[in-house]
Design a protein around this ligand. Structure first.
Ligand SMILES: C[S@@+](CC[C@H](N)C(=O)[O-])C[C@H]1O[C@@H](n2cnc3c(N)ncnc32)[C@H](O)[C@@H]1O
Length: 211
């Protein structure tokens, strides 16, 4: 199965194959009693619900990949900015969403691009941070980039952005990644004015005053 997926990854059919797998993946996850690795559909629903709950019209995503989150939520936000480091992936996403005027794909590293994007924000936004902060494609990452981005977001003139971070639970403690409880404690110390929770396997950070 792994070899087949590796082979498919080299074809232009791969994004479609991935998208077609979302619901079967979700049903299989339910069948297995909801294990730690959260299916994409649940992530999409969670981002959508947080956006609705806090009346957020703008979605900022780090890590576009094949644009699955953008596709899933394109009708739920009036402005979507997605940041992708990998030039071919960014170019493919630009082609895919080229006709959607409310969607912007930016190529570059998220730690710089998040800062750049914040300069254009005057209202609170939903941040979906998913740019391989922990383990990505077999590479070990540090959480420095994540905290650089969180610092930019929380120092911004708009105080009530809402942040959801992917993979904190599914990678917790695996292969040198931080334990989710340690990460939560560290972030609590760093951002004492924020409320940090783990919901549907994702870490959520909001300003305690605006809940
Ligand atoms: C888990 S995938 C993102 C999945 C996507 N957000 C979704 O929900 O469908 C991680 C993506 O982050 C990208 N990435 C890794 N490092 C990055 C960086 N420093 N800046 C921006 N994107 C990065 C990878 O190339 C990959 O496309």
């Amino acid at each position: 199965m792994r070899a087949l997926r590796k082979l498919l990854k080299k074809t232009s059919f791969y994004p479609t194959y991935k998208a077609l797998g979302h619901y079967p993946d979700y049903w299989y996850w339910l069948l297995r009693g909801k294990p730690t690795r959260i299916p994409h559909i649940v992530k999409q629903k969670t981002v959508e619900q947080f956006g609705k709950r806090y009346g957020l019209k703008t979605l900022i995503e780090t890590g576009t990949y094949y644009g699955e989150m953008v596709s899933g939520l394109k009708n739920d936000f009036t402005r979507i900015i997605s940041i992708e480091f990998d030039p071919p992936l960014a170019a493919a996403a630009k082609r895919k969403f080229g006709k959607a005027r409310h969607i912007e794909i930016l190529q570059g590293s998220s730690e710089l691009m998040v800062q750049q994007t914040l300069a254009s924000l005057t209202e609170p936004a939903m941040f979906w941070l998913d740019a391989g902060y922990f383990l990505w494609a077999g590479e070990h990452k540090t959480t420095d980039r994540l905290t650089t981005e969180l610092d930019s977001i929380f120092r911004h003139s708009v105080p009530n952005h809402v942040v959801l971070i992917d993979d904190v639970v599914s990678w917790s403690g695996r292969d040198g990644t931080p334990e989710v409880t340690d990460l939560e404690r560290d972030l609590n110390l760093r951002y004492p004015e924020r409320k940090i929770t783990v919901e549907s396997g994702l870490m959520c950070i909001r300003h305690a005053e605006y809940l």
